[in-house]
Design a protein around this ligand. Sequence first.
Ligand code: BZD
Length: 832
Amino acid sequence: MDARYKSRDIERRSLDVDSLKRSFLEWLVYSVGKDARAATRRDWFHTVALAVRDRVVDRWMDTTRSYYHEDAKRVYYLSLEFLIGRLLTNSLSNLGIMDECRQALDRLGLSMDDVVDSEPDAALGNGGLGRLAACFLDSMASQGLPGYGYGIRYEFGLFEQRFENGWQVEHPEQWLQFGNPWEFARPEVLYPVQFYGRVEEFRDSVGERAYRWVDSERVLAMAYDTPVVGYGGDTINTLRLWSARATSDFNFGHFNEGAYMKAVEQKILSENLSRVLYPNDATEIGKELRFKQEYFFTSASLQDILRRYLQHHTSFDNLPNKAAIQLNDTHPAIGIAELMRLLIDQHGLRWEKAWEITQATFAYTNHTLLPEALEAWPVRMVERILPRHMQIIYEINAKFLTRSKAKAAGDNARLSHLSLIDERGDRRVRMGNLAFLGSHKVNGVSALHTELMKETVFADFHAEFPDRITNKTNGITPRRWLKQANPALSELISSRIGEGWISDLGQIAALKEKADDVVFREEFRRAKRKNKKRLAAYIARQTGEEVQIDSIFDVQVKRMHEYKRQLLNVLHTVALYNEMRDNPTVSWVPVTKIFAGKAAPSYHMAKLIIKLINDVAKVVNHDPSVHDNLKVVYLPNYNVTAAEIIIPAADISEQISTAGMEASGTGNMKLALNGALTIGTLDGANVEIREQVGADNIFIFGLTAEEVNDLRANGGFNPREVIASNPALKRALDMIATGAFSPDDRNRYQPILQALTDGGDHFLVTADFADYCRAQDAAMQLYRDSEEWTRKAIINTASMGWFSSDRTVNEYATEIWDVHPVKPTHDGEGFR
Ligand code: BZD
């Protein structure tokens, strides 16, 4: 090899400050095409990202090659969402070259923070489900597990939220506008995906009945790969996202003008498949395009998985020993019918064999029990879009129902629950049932949620397959959510217990004894204060509001949903405001209520609650009689990047969902890990957080899931009585009802009051109000004793080891996937 290239090749991989600096200048000129004088911040971000990417590529290829040579069993995480956020700090931190990069930029007279802040936030997800997928990618790579993410490369991620006069307005999120330096386009990795058409029956070569799908429309799926850098940089896995391309059938040459225009229209239509992420996080919208997105990425992923498998194998018998496919909710569940189709129609397998392989390969994670969120597609639509799949689903159903215990017992009600088809009204395909039946394991995401799955939505399936449901309590990656987001605290921790916690979060328990160390407590407080200052500056920039660093930062950040009960929080805010006004001479602990989160664009009630919070903020923040003891802020456009600023600064973590409704929660884990004390119901993973931190170090309130269930079963309760008997609640509601916060439109909040009274208060806001206020009071009293508060905060941080997504992913790996770490061989040869 030419010596000049060889040395450049080595430089590309060198991690010292000088090499980085030289790379930056070279990349700026030769790839970004600017000189240092003309370069904008964004140019510098692209420059740095490309130079960092260089340092990843060799190891990435080594990793991929090692998996190939070992023919290792891979796990494929199929998810319609990956909420990854920014990647620059993540890559630098996991490669261990944060300081080197900062210094190299420094020598160029550039600020690292400016460069980092020029990266768009990749928001290819709605909330918890998408972020969980991103944490799992980090954990798989960090532990050397051969894991691939498969999803859609949406051109528009989750909308940008702005406020106009306190109302949410949505704007398109154009994260790809200036290009994406992390991804590699793979125009040669292209799979056809079919839609519509009809099924033809024929006799195969041995005279057996066989089927082919004909007259279909085709769209191509093109791959884009993003390297996933594991901690330490040893393993670099792949996130493969599919983009829709029109087929070359749009060869316009021979068209007349009318046909030509139509052809171009068709091209745009087919490429719409990967245009935009649906912004609904808990209600199914039942749109045809959504169903097509689900099939599009699932089909492409399965074709890719089979292609990779066939590099080493000639029969499919070993597929379950070489591939584990995890379905992130039911969004990719059509994959079960698709794998059956591929094995039977394209590879000639017999039904029984194909079914055995399919079941042994798939596993399914459920993320919600909310009935309105369970996917059920109209049979007529599925039939039209995927005619062959509809046949296969009928066949799976017929075979299953014939053999089921319910049939033997003549129990028709149970049979109809087990059916893949909901026969009530317009007939629908129940994707949860399909996912359950086609998988060897089905998991919930917290202990409570898994038990409720067994008792409610999947009770009949659980009776039929008692070993199939298993719990895998969620986790979060300590790299992003402590090391990167909270350098102040992570440096303090490492100074006392070393850096082992970063890849083995269990070690953080060694901090427990430091809770009694007065010096450590002081330093812990200093770190929190630093983060609070950073957040206060952010709040001022975003909202113009000045907040007190010494106030309690009481944080509720998550998607807006009635079951998450932001309304309960704002009612407490109004009650506290009244108390402060009534008792101006009391020395109040100052409180800053911080909200952030998006509402689905069509979710009117959620948007109205946002407006209410903003209206309350306007009144409270400008009322001199509370002497700045209470501030309310709603930060716009909550995303991963905002979370990284907000979470490390929180004193209180609000986890106040109606018990039984939040499957797990993961923000609860991030906040506690960063030393916030939780005010929460016994819901989702809060139950397990209490077990870990101890009941003395968490504020639990409200009805339990069982009590909620009993209450509802016994015909509910009378919210009007509850309101009448609680003067603080009554007063808060009266103020809202009479327009104290909406003088411009006094009836604005009627729908909210209606829901709480005539509507029966489905989410039990009024029922839990008194106990919630008690928990809030207890927290405020404790905050006065800053030593005691800090002690508990430290115990929270120190007790969160179990909530690392490394632990979660290991449980999946051993109990569901049977995949094992592979150590990549780095032979240092550079590009091949
Ligand atoms: O999944 C969430 C649950 O609500 C949380 O309790 C849980 O912690 C996380 C991770 O398991 N569910 C979602 O985030 N769901 C969605 O985002 C979603 C998206 C599209 C359609 C339906 C639901």
